[in-house]
Design a binder for this molecule. Structure first.
Ligand code: PGA
Length: 252
């Protein structure tokens, strides 16, 4: 692993966890403290119901807590929605947007994601936008075209690069145990980096590009060593402390 890589390792808990999961937060906090991470930031994104108790517990620690979605609206009569400022109010520091499970099961369009991203960046939330191709699109050789379109349409023209993060998550790799070849990950991350620089200028070099999809303790070291990979978005392997810790062991 390159020593000067500044990594973000984010856990996406999806619809998992209960108040009993506070014990995982305690273990993570202790682990991060003993490891004294310099160049690695650790984030966990539990369901909305757990954010407040997690942020309260992690208040004085370096562990960051975030959400998995937010509204494109600021406030008002939008039953079931949660705004970015409400997330900030309970101590959330980040939000994941445009995850393929939201795009697929909730019919989220690039336009809706674009509006959510603008809304989230209007607060100080670290905003992680997910992009990824399906297996069908990959097999037809359309990966870069799909990623390019999602990137162009999901991101607003006006962004604060400091709070912007991209996560490349091939849909077929999520939860499947399959991952792309290292060289394919490199190609997509390089492509995203070039697109960001051509749209936002050199300051876009600050935007982290995470890889997500079946990251585990066996493949994390190789994935995190790839150029243009600035961290990982981890689903299943973030739910168990020992698995997540094993991934974090490769950082720093
Ligand atoms: P996975 O999920 O690590 O379980 O494949 C990643 C994600 O969906 O963010």
């Amino acid at each position: 692993m390159s020593k000067n890589k500044n990594l973000l390792i984010a856990g996406n808990w999806k619809m998992n966890g209960s108040r009993r999961s506070l014990s995982i937060v305690s273990l993570l906090m202790k682990y991060i403290k003993t490891k004294k991470f310099k160049n690695t930031h650790v984030l966990i994104c539990p369901p909305f119901t757990l954010i407040n108790s997690f942020t309260t517990l992690a208040k004085r620690s370096k562990l960051m807590v975030g959400a998995q979605d937010c509204s494109n609206k600021a406030l008002g009569a939008y039953t079931g929605e949660v705004s970015p400022s409400m997330l900030v109010d309970v101590g959330s520091q980040a939000v994941i947007l445009g995850h393929s499970e939201r795009r697929e099961y909730h019919n989220e369009s690039n336009k809706l994601i674009h509006d959510k991203v603008s809304n989230a960046l209007g607060t100080d939330l670290l905003t992680i936008v997910c992009l990824g191709e399906s297996l069908f699109q990959k097999k037809r050789g359309n990966t870069l075209r799909v990623i390019g379109e999602q990137l162009r349409k999901s991101l607003p023209d006006n962004i604060n690069v400091k709070n912007m993060v991209i996560a490349y998550e091939p849909i077929w790799a999520i939860g499947s145990g399959l991952i792309p070849e290292n060289d394919d990950i490199y190609k997509v991350h390089h492509f995203i980096s070039q697109k960001l620089i051509s749209r936002y200028g050199n300051k876009a070099k600050k935007i982290k590009i995470l890889y997500g999809g079946s990251v585990n303790k066996k493949n994390a070291s190789a994935i995190l060593s790839i150029q243009y990979v600035d961290g990982a978005l981890v689903g299943g392997a973030s739910l168990k402390f020992s698995d997540f810790k094993a991934i974090l062991e490769f950082c720093n």
